[in-house]
Design a protein around this ligand. Structure first.
Ligand code: FE
Ligand code: FE
Length: 164
């Protein structure tokens, strides 16, 4: 029997596995970043987002269930690369005034990756008629965007403090 050609629902499932893997890696990275943060504000931001990230994994579990698949990740080289760069910054700039700015930049790269993935998944869920998945993906997307905005504010506060 000929194999059915792959379609948008296959792509949706593959992308879901990609971001599932990414969220699990992020869950492991955020406590290390919080530990290294030099200001209370940045530490608190990383800790808060770690808790939110647990919720992101749970929402993805639900979306997997909605499409009748078991939750499984697929190695995502993009997030590995982004997180590796963050680790490198934490090592190379440990105990320097560039550490927090470096971690802020690394964390924003992570958020931008997630924003891109969730934006795409939400659009495809709409297209595929997965009505119950849309609000879940939208909720996470909104938390990723808010986190990105918070990191921008912290980065600017850091610059202003240095200038003062
Ligand atoms: Fe997330
Ligand atoms: Fe995030």
């Amino acid at each position: 029997m000929a194999k059915a050609p792959k379609d948008l629902s296959d792509l949706f499932h593959e992308t879901l596995k990609d971001i599932y893997y990414a969220e699990k890696q992020i869950l492991r990275a955020l406590p290390k970043m919080a530990k290294n943060a030099q200001t209370d504000e940045l530490r608190a931001a990383f800790e808060k987002h770690r808790d939110e990230t647990e919720g992101h994994v749970e929402r993805l579990d639900q979306v997997f269930e909605m499409i009748g698949k078991s939750p499984r990740g697929k190695t995502c080289d993009a997030i590995i690369g982004i997180l590796d760069e963050g680790k490198e910054i934490m090592e190379d700039f440990a105990q320097t005034e560039a550490l927090d700015p470096g971690m802020l930049a690394a964390a924003q790269a992570v958020e931008h990756y997630e924003i891109s993935r969730y934006g795409t998944l939400k659009t495809w869920a709409q297209q595929l008629g997965l009505k119950d998945a849309v609000p879940l993906l939208e909720a996470t997307l909104s938390e990723e965007k808010k986190t990105d905005e918070l990191l921008t504010r912290l980065a600017l506060a850091n610059v202003n403090k240095k200038a003062a």
